[in-house]
Design a protein around this ligand. Structure first.
Ligand code: PEP
Ligand code: MN
Length: 348
C-alpha cells in the first residue's frame, strides 16, 4: 500500500500515518520525493484478507493524505509510484563520492577476476586513465564449472584495496554468501550480487542489513519483476542504495553471443522503478567485438551507467577473456559513449 500526501503536508503527518500502520503490525517506510511525502506500508501478507480494511479507513481519514493505492501483488519500495524521482546516491560513505543516478553516467570497469597484483593495478590505472569512475574485479567468483578459477578470496580483496589507494576509484566486487559478507564489506565500496544469486534471499537480506551500496544483477532467466522483488529484499532493510543491472538473459540465440541483451529492460525499469539502471555489455554479449555497440545502445536507451570487463591481456585471462576489452578499446568505448551521453543531455 502506498499513501501519498498533499504537497503542503508535513513530515510529521507522514510519520503519524506510518505509526498508525505499525500499530496494526505492519511495516512502514517514509520517503520524500517529487515534492511530496509518501508512506509505503508492507507486510499485509501477515494480515488476513479484509483484516486491514479498518486500517485503510483510519489512514484515509488522516490529515494531509492525498491518495491511497493498494496493490498487494506488486513490489512497493522499488516502485516509482512510491518514489517518483530517480534515486541518486554516493558509492562511498561521503556524499561527495562518486555517484549514480544523476545526470552523470557511472562507468565501472575492470577485470572479471582479480588474478594477481600486477594485472589488477595495471588494469586499474588504465581504466582510470580512460575515464572510468569505479573499479570492478571479482575475488569470489561464481563459476559455471567447479574446476574453473574460483578467485583469490581475501588476498584478492586486499589487492582491490591497494588499487583503490593507488587510483582513488571506489571498488565494486561480488559477494556470494551471507557468511562472506562481513569480510567483503570491509573492503568493498559496492557489493555486487551476481546473476546466479539474484534470488538468494538470505544474501539479499544480509546485503540490505549491511547498509552498503549494492549492484544487483539480473538472473539469467529472471523477469524484470522478479529482479525488482529481489531489490525489494534489500530495500526492506531501509537500504535504498541499490542499482539494478541488465546483464543479458537466456534465449534460444546462443550461436554467436553468450546471452541476449534485453535492451527493453532499460526503459521498462526506468519507467516502473526509481532505482538507477546499469547495463553490463560484457556478459550480455559474451564477445568483446559487440561490447562497444551495446554500450552505446544502453546509454541511448537511458541507462544510468555501464559495467565493463577490461583486461590488459584478454587472451591470458583466467575468466571471461573473450568478452574483455583491452584498455585502448575501453578508452574508445568511453569516447563513443560520451558522444551519446551528450546527445542525451548527460555527461560521463
Ligand atoms: C561478473 O560480473 O563477472 C559475473 C559473474 O557476472 P554475472 O553474475 O552477471 O554472470
Ligand atoms: Mn565476468
Amino acid at each position: 500500500m502506498i499513501i501519498t500526501f498533499q504537497t503542503d503536508a508535513s513530515e510529521t503527518q507522514a510519520r503519524a500515518a506510518a505509526s498508525e500502520a505499525e500499530r496494526s503490525g505492519l511495516k512502514a517506510y517514509v520517503r520524500f520525493s517529487g515534492g511530496r511525502w509518501a508512506v509505503a506500508i508492507v507486510g499485509a501478507g501477515r494480515v488476513r484478507p479484509g483484516g486491514a480494511d479498518r486500517l485503510n479507513e483510519r489512514l484515509a481519514a488522516l490529515p494531509g493524505v492525498a491518495s491511497i493505492t493498494a496493490d498487494q501483488q506488486a513490489f512497493v519500495l522499488a516502485s516509482r509510484a512510491f518514489v517518483p524521482e530517480t534515486t541518486s546516491f554516493s558509492l562511498s560513505d561521503t556524499p561527495d563520492g562518486v555517484r549514480v543516478g544523476g545526470s552523470r553516467l557511472l562507468l565501472i570497469a575492470g577485470p572479471c577476476s582479480v588474478e594477481d597484483r600486477s594485472q589488477l593495478l595495471e588494469t586499474a590505472l588504465a581504466v582510470k586513465e580512460a575515464g572510468a569512475h569505479a573499479l570492478r574485479g571479482g575475488a569470489f567468483k561464481p563459476r559455471t564449472s567447479p574446476y574453473s578459477f574460483q578467485g583469490l578470496g581475501e588476498a584478492g580483496l586486499e589487492m582491490l584495496a591497494e588499487a583503490r589507494q593507488l587510483t582513488g576509484l571506489p571498488i565494486v566486487t561480488e559477494v556470494m554468501t551471507p557468511e562472506d559478507l562481513p569480510l567483503v564489506a570491509r573492503y568493498a565500496d559496492v557489493l555486487q550480487i551476481g546473476a546466479r544469486n539474484m534470488q538468494n534471499s538470505p544474501l539479499l537480506h544480509a546485503a540490505g542489513a549491511s547498509q552498503k551500496p549494492v549492484l544487483l544483477k539480473r538472473g539469467m532467466s529472471a523477469t524484470l519483476e522478479e529482479m525488482l522483488f529481489a531489490a525489494e529484499y534489500i530495500l526492506s532493510h531501509d537500504n535504498f542504495r541499490v542499482m539494478v543491472c541488465e546483464r543479458g538473459i537466456r534465449t534460444f540465440e546462443n550461436s554467436l553471443t553468450r546471452n541476449t541483451t534485453d535492451i527493453n529492460a532499460v526503459p521498462v525499469l526506468k519507467s516502473i522503478s526509481h532505482l538507477p539502471v546499469m547495463l553490463d555489455p560484457s556478459h550480455s554479449t559474451g564477445s568483446w567485438e559487440y561490447v562497444t555497440a551495446i554500450a552505446r545502445a544502453a546509454v541511448a536507451a537511458g541507462a544510468d551507467g555501464l559495467i565493463v570487463e577490461v583486461h590488459p591481456h584478454p587472451e591470458q585471462a583466467l575468466s571471461d577473456g573473450a568478452q574483455s576489452l583491452k584498455p585502448e578499446r575501453f578508452a574508445e568505448l568511453v569516447r563513443q559513449v560520451s558522444g551519446i551521453a551528450n546527445w542525451m543531455e548527460r555527461t560521463v
